[in-house]
Design a protein around this ligand. Structure first.
Ligand code: SPD
Length: 384
């Protein structure tokens, strides 16, 4: 058939119109498709980057069994490491676990994806109080989903600390053990470990000085530097993960660490029947919370699988499984009935209301303060 220029023009318009209609209906179908169908279009792989010692016994295995998705699981032990990777981009990870104040900086930097909440029906299980507090850092809870939370504190080997202190009684303020030269100089003989990262050490020093742990006043940081200089000779180890075993096996007797990690050390000492009695002290004069959250990098290769993982974690029994293994609290309201009785009763896992009131919620820092924090920490660690 011979067609005129006009005919060809008309038929091209019809083709373009048809293509548009087809694309629109494909798009609509994809929005309506159940999560499992969407996920089926993705390679059956999920790349997770989480903190070390921070997952339940069977969490990964059960997810793999149920979904057929193969999980590749890598670990880090400071927010600084994760932050640097995310800002560099192309991490290859589908799920990352920043602390909320770091997540907030990552949202600002545009490196975290907005969640598709239609794929996260289990969000209804999350405590509205925690959600509201996270929303201050992540408006409308659009990017971050609560994983676990806990606090920074002092962990001790009870017998070794008492022996090293000698005639000195245990201080009423547990932070004295680490920040008062009178105490820490005695503990040096049985080993003292500090978390190996600026953002964990400097706020605790500020807090000990009675300052805002997230102060924006440079002079406060100079005072913190002076304090740290005095105690530096007594710190024998810097560690953000290995310290768990060091504490459990008696190689160090006092640590600045994370509440759950210290309870893991306690459990390992019990399991090893090595006679070490480990205790996570409750900061009677106050401490800092942390709220760790799941997020999806903006360039994640398997975002649908990532949503499946998030929704799976928010099942009450699954999130309870995290708490049961690593001794951190979770924000899942329905999970408490699945948490072991001895953990529910452990006051260094579930703080009393009075202790909760003394805790500070972390805030994101501006670049200038972050540089100052890093500089002071480096001076502290290297002793220069
Ligand atoms: N071993 C897991 C520890 C997780 C700690 N998250 C830390 C948050 C710090 N502010």
């Amino acid at each position: 058939m011979i067609s005129t220029t006009r005919d060809r023009y008309v038929s091209k318009r019809i083709e373009a119109g048809l293509a548009k209609m087809l694309m629109a209906s494909a798009l609509a179908a994809s929005f309506m498709a159940p999560v499992s169908v969407m996920a089926a279009e993705e390679e059956k792989v999920l790349n997770i980057y989480n903190w070390s010692d921070y997952v339940g016994e069977d969490t990964v295995k059960n997810f793999e069994k149920e979904t057929g998705i193969k999980v590749r699981y890598d670990v880090f032990d400071t927010n600084e490491i994760l932050h640097a990777k995310l800002l560099a981009g192309k991490t290859g990870y589908d799920i990352v676990v920043p602390s909320a104040q770091w997540g907030s900086m990552q949202i600002q930097a545009g490196v975290l994806a907005k969640l598709d909440k239609s794929k996260l029906p289990n969000l209804v299980n999350m405590d509205p109080v925690i959600q509201a507090s996270l929303a201050k850092l992540d408006p409308h809870n659009d990017h971050l989903v609560s994983w676990l939370y806990g606090f920074n504190t002092v962990g001790i080997n009870v017998k070794k600390v008492k022996a090293a202190l000698g005639e000195l009684p245990m201080p009423a303020n547990s932070w004295d053990l680490l920040f008062n030269p009178k105490y820490i100089s005695r503990l040096k003989s049985c080993g003292v470990s500090f978390l190996d990262t600026p953002s964990e050490v400097i706020p605790q020093a500020l807090l000990y000085l009675g300052k805002d742990p997230y102060s924006k006043v440079p002079a406060d940081y100079r005072e913190a530097a002076e304090l740290l200089e005095k105690i530096r000779p007594s710190v024998t180890l810097f560690s953000s993960s290995g310290y768990i075993n060091e504490l459990a096996n008696g190689s160090v007797c006092a640590v600045l660490g994370w509440s759950g990690d210290i309870n893991i050390a306690r459990q390992r000492a019990i399991d090893a029947k090595n006679g070490n009695v480990i205790e996570a002290l409750i900061p009677s004069t106050g401490g800092t919370w942390f709220f760790d959250t799941m997020a999806i990098p903006v360039d994640a290769p398997h975002p649908s699988n990532a949503h499946l993982w998030m929704n799976y974690i928010m099942r009450p029994e699954v999130q309870a499984g995290l708490t049961n293994k690593v001794f951190y609290t979770n924000a899942n309201l329905g999970s408490l009935k699945y948490v072991k009785k001895e953990i529910v009763e452990n006051k260094s896992v579930f703080l009393s209301d009075a202790d909760k009131k003394k805790m500070f919620t972390p805030l994101p820092q501006n670049v200038d303060i972050r540089r100052l924090v890093t500089r002071i920490y480096t001076q502290f660690k290297t002793g220069i």
